[in-house]
Design a protein around this ligand. Structure first.
Ligand SMILES: Cc1ncc(COP(=O)(O)O)c(C=O)c1O
Length: 418
């Protein structure tokens, strides 16, 4: 498989952007004749392709792409070309992946809200791999598998808890709907579900990990309780799925996971758990870096000594900063030699939630300037709130070869208003 050398690999989103002069030029020159295009996403498929090939250049872990991170057709096609498989969590995601010509046998179904009807739909469409998050899901799958005369591969999703205190690798013990505790699963035995091939465990209860050491400590501490659970319910543990959660340096503090170290650590986990296969479902770590978002400054003012910029769009296109402590990093699209100051970046919605962060920008940033946000390849367009206040939706472009290609045009509110 093709691999770019480590010395060539950009470390941050901005280094990557600077390495693609053709993309920079395309964005600087870009003027849309669509008056509704006030903002757009662009995904650099050249960079994505090379990143995915880099991730695939190992034989320790089987990679699945968590489609929720970015379900755009061209992203799915690029992931497919890298021979990565797909983790889908809804009927909509399933159909979108199938529509790109992906074989249903390369699709895994996760998510806590699998109804009997949804499971039936997935089986009817040929999906054969499921993560069961409850006894009902197991029961329904077993019944449906009999009806469909199939024997799907099933992983049980486990939630672990540790005693409170410093040794707790998660830092807390939040109870979520994602899977169940060891004790809850121990009430069942795989022999109760003869139509299912229950062959693995799935665990994922951390987010945006940026330290190799912390990640490894966490994975490693999970092995013993998981192996014990598998033995107590009569399962031959063949697969361990460690979900996603590999982090992105949204705060630009120079923290990055080293993929080669992850692979070395996973090789140890695989040995320790004695499993045939380790799986990861990557969302942001696969696609965040390939995406940029461009919008413009509508107003600039100083308010209570605070520099404020009001933008054409905010959390209506990029919700994440409004609901997490993680702003997407930003740069001025045009060059500037001025020093930076911190600006509060507000969107157009009538809520103080509509803030994309307080971030450094050159002091000469002004009305009509375009801002470039990074790491928006994941959890951008589809994790937003486009309908509030009836603003225009964002456009989506891909950059492939040397071409900026429109995939989805910006639309006025009239297309969804009834
Ligand atoms: C089951 C599952 N797998 C994988 C992911 C991807 O997570 P990330 O984007 O942090 O890699 C998610 C995200 O919510 C998830 O729910």
């Amino acid at each position: 498989m093709q691999q770019s050398s480590d010395s060539e690999r950009p470390v941050s989103w901005h280094q990557q952007f600077q390495q693609s002069k053709a993309l920079e030029q395309a964005l600087l020159n870009h003027v849309s004749d669509n008056i509704d295009e006030l903002a757009y996403f662009v995904y650099d498929l050249n960079a994505l392709k090379s990143h995915l090939h880099f991730l695939q250049n190992q034989d320790v872990v089987k990679l699945w792409y968590a489609v929720k991170a970015n379900p755009l057709s061209r992203i799915i096609q690029t992931v497919d070309q890298a021979s990565i498989q797909f983790d889908v969590a809804s009927s909509g995601e399933l159909q979108q992946v199938l529509n790109q010509g992906v074989d249903a046998k390369r699709i895994l179904n996760t998510g806590p809200a699998k109804s009997r009807a949804q499971l039936a739909e997935f089986l009817a469409k040929g999906v054969n791999t499921f993560v069961a998050e409850s006894p009902n899901q197991l029961k329904w799958l077993n019944e449906l598998a009999t009806e469909f005369s199939v024997k799907p591969e099933v992983l049980l999703r486990v939630q672990l808890q540790w005693p409170d205190g410093e040794k707790n690798p998660l830092g807390g013990n939040q109870v979520t709907p994602f899977g169940m505790s060891v004790e809850a699963w121990q009430k069942y035995h795989v022999s109760q579900f003869p139509q299912l091939n229950i062959c693995g465990l799935h665990i994922f209860q951390w987010g945006n990990m940026l330290s190799n050491k912390k990640m490894y400590d966490l994975w490693q501490q999970m092995v013993e309780p998981l192996v014990t659970l598998s033995q107590s319910i009569g399962m031959t543990l063949k697969v361990l799925d460690l979900g996603g959660g590999l982090g992105i340096d949204y705060h630009e503090q120079g923290e990055q996971l080293d993929w080669q170290d992850i692979i070395a650590d996973l090789a140890k986990v695989k040995k320790q758990a004695n499993v045939e296969e380790l799986w990861l479902e990557l969302g942001r770590y696969a696609v965040a870096n390939c995406g940029y978002y461009v919008t413009s400054v509508v107003d600039k003012k100083v308010n209570f000594d605070q520099q404020q910029l009001v933008l054409s769009a905010g959390i209506n296109h990029l919700l994440r900063p409004g609901i997490t402590e993680q702003p997407f990093p930003v740069r001025l699209l045009r060059p500037s030699m001025e020093v930076n100051a911190n600006f509060d970046l507000h969107g157009p919605l009538c809520t103080s939630l509509d803030k994309l962060g307080c971030l450094p920008l050159p002091i000469d940033v002004d009305v009509d300037d375009r801002l470039l946000f990074g790491y928006v390849g994941a959890y951008g367009f589809t994790e937003s709130m486009p309908f509030f206040l009836c603003h225009q939706t964002a456009a989506e472009y891909v950059f492939s070869g040397h071409e900026l290609i429109l995939v989805r045009e910006a639309k006025p509110a009239q297309w969804y208003l009834a």
